[in-house]
Design a protein around this ligand. Sequence first.
Ligand SMILES: [Zn+2]
Ligand SMILES: [Zn+2]
Length: 293
Amino acid sequence: MIEEQSLTMKAKDFLLDLFFPKKCVSCGKIDTFLCDKCLRKIVFIKSPVCLGCGRLSENGKFCPRCRPKNHLKGVVIAAHFEEGPLKELIHSFKYESLKGLDQTLANFLAAALKRYNFKTDYLISYVPLHRSRYHWRGYNQSELLAKKTAEAMNMYFLKNLLRKKKKTKYQIQLKRKERLLNLNGVFEVNKKVALNCHSGLDPESKNKILNPAFAQLRPGGQVQNDKTVSCSSCHSDPIRISQGKFHGGIFLKNKKIIIVDDVVTTGTTLNECAKVLKEAGAKEVWGLVLGKH
Ligand SMILES: [Zn+2]
Ligand SMILES: [Zn+2]
């Protein structure tokens, strides 16, 4: 059965290569998405700066002056967006369904984390798309990047950690102030993942039913009285939900998390993601992107 499946896959790959041969996104050379010559034109960032003010900073951390305005600890940017073929690569990956670029691009992200000595105790997740946009595109480009980066770094990958509740306008079309308003309250931590301390670590766990006390709490819903809930898998570390609000997750408590997106502009999106993760107990949240727009 497995053999049969892999044969079908091979046949599919063969046909795809036959009708849509791989081509270098930048120069058109056959048999690769990015040839060596074009790869060498990408300028990787060696002297990271604070995203808020542009001053040199360790690993892209927010400087002491910009830190109070941000929930993120910093944003790691892999390469210069405007130099070499990076812009074209991201465009093809995002809008031309060249999903096969995920490995190439994730290698850039992993290389940046290695340059900055990120240890393997980070969890990796990604900026979510709204359901409707996900269905329209068929995939979330940031999710594919995060997954491959986690593999390359030997870090845990968390699927569906964040959810986008509302459809929003494209950030790129908005001014700075409007960006904040546009994203205000649109992200939430997926309670099924955050409350299960085995989330993401065990592929089976996402289908397990959570503690019945928690099942009563619908997304955004209210609980009448304070309740104590614990992980449905190991029943450890009970937490309290008080005043009808979801306060934190066992799993996220004191965790260090990296959120992947393709590009960053002002950092508003990543910062909103960091806000909800910090509220849910995360100790430290970083953004990780390919380039700065
Ligand atoms: Zn090329
Ligand atoms: Zn700064």
